[in-house]
Design a protein around this ligand. Structure first.
Ligand code: FAD
Length: 313
């Protein structure tokens, strides 16, 4: 992509992420978004809708994770229902024999209210997952939650939970330091570029710098972490990851390539055919709006996909 298109994309990305808070836009997208293209990125609004999607992906040789979409709940008591929902999801995954783990957001479990509440809630989910032989990934959210998320991850690991991992975002300047601070935990980490709108005082504004930081972090993580999830659709970075894996003889139980449901589906299958472990992040739930807006912002060309569906109706 030339630099003019990169700047146009960066502007569109900013515009979409900033506009996502507009109530009129939200009402419109809430009403029509799923049928106009949201279903490409989300496995349905209910667990019953998501299960066959997860099964189909598993049948194609792809591991999956799922998430009950939601973030920033409005009151503390809602978090109790979110914990119960996750416990139900874990039981259903076990009953259905799916190769699916769970990714969740701490603001969905009450991090906006109190760190201790979020910790107690996530610990319950992690315990339930352990009893069922499953794994929990704590997603990384906006930069203001990074410190608390990493503290909670450390607390969980120091309490003896090893079926839990978290995420680092390459676009934040702080991440290389954060990684070094986590290494004593023998962490299971997912590396992403970063999906939120962050100021240039804390995050690289240029894609080339984010990509370079991603590669530096990837190298260090593959060297030192107990497991690394290389979460990107960027083929150049995937090739680099696979080169490092081959050079260092890293076994398939120490890394995984991760992509999003609805993005680069053929690439996912091609990588599985080459015997690489691949996971497809496959969320569901009625609160899909912010998730969809982030997917549109990552690739403004997705707006064209939505617009084509509007025209077809
Ligand atoms: C499994 C997984 C988990 C994630 N978890 C988090 C998290 O916890 N916190 C967080 O901040 N971010 C998370 N992300 C999002 C991530 O930060 C990026 O925003 C997202 O992956 C897009 O960046 P990229 O690495 O694919 O590279 P880019 O350089 O953005 O994209 C590379 C190429 O991939 C394709 N592509 C990328 N995105 C899309 C899209 N939405 N639709 C269609 N094509 C696309 C395009 O062909 C593009 O040219 C996650 C991503 C994945 C795959």
């Amino acid at each position: 992509m030339d630099s003019a298109s990169q700047s146009a994309n960066a502007l569109l990305r900013k515009g979409i992420l900033a506009g996502a808070g507009n109530p009129t836009l939200r009402r419109f997208v809430d009403r029509y978004g799923m049928s106009l293209g949201g279903a490409r990125f989300v496995a349905g609004e209910t667990l019953d809708e998501a299960v066959p999607v997860l099964r189909r992906l598993n049948d194609q040789g792809l591991a999956t994770n799922t998430t009950l979409l939601g973030e920033h709940v409005e009151d503390e008591s809602t978090t109790e229902r979110v914990v119960e929902a996750y416990e139900g999801i874990l039981e259903r995954i076990a009953a259905e024999g799916l190769r699916t783990n769970v990714a969740l957001k701490l603001t969905h479990l009450g991090l906006d209210f109190a760190e201790d509440l979020a910790y107690a809630n996530v610990e319950r989910v992690v315990r339930s997952a352990a009893a069922l032989g499953n794994f929990i990934r704590i997603d990384m959210e906006e930069s203001r939650w990074v410190d608390a998320t990493l503290r909670i991850y450390r607390r969980l690991r120091e309490a003896g939970h090893d079926n839990v991992g978290t995420v680092l975002q390459a676009y934040l300047y702080r991440t290389e330091k954060d990684l070094e601070m986590l290494l004593d935990l023998e962490p299971r980490l997912r590396l992403v570029k970063g999906a939120y709108l962050e100021p240039s005082s804390i995050a690289y504004p240029a894609k080339t710098d984010v990509d370079a930081a991603y590669e530096r972090l990837l190298e260090r993580m593959l060297e030192r972490c107990s497991h690394v999830a290389v979460a990107t659709h960027d083929e150049r970075i995937i090739d680099r990851a696979l080169e490092l894996v081959a050079q260092n003889g890293i076994s398939t139980d120490r890394y995984q390539l991760q992509m999003l449901f609805g993005v680069r589906a053929q690439l996912q299958l091609d990588l599985v055919a080459r015997d690489h472990p691949v996971l497809v992040a496959t969320p569901f739930g009625p609160e899909w709006y912010p998730y969809l807006m982030r997917r549109l912002a990552e690739r403004p060309a997705n707006l064209l996909f939505v617009a084509r569906n509007v025209v077809r109706r």
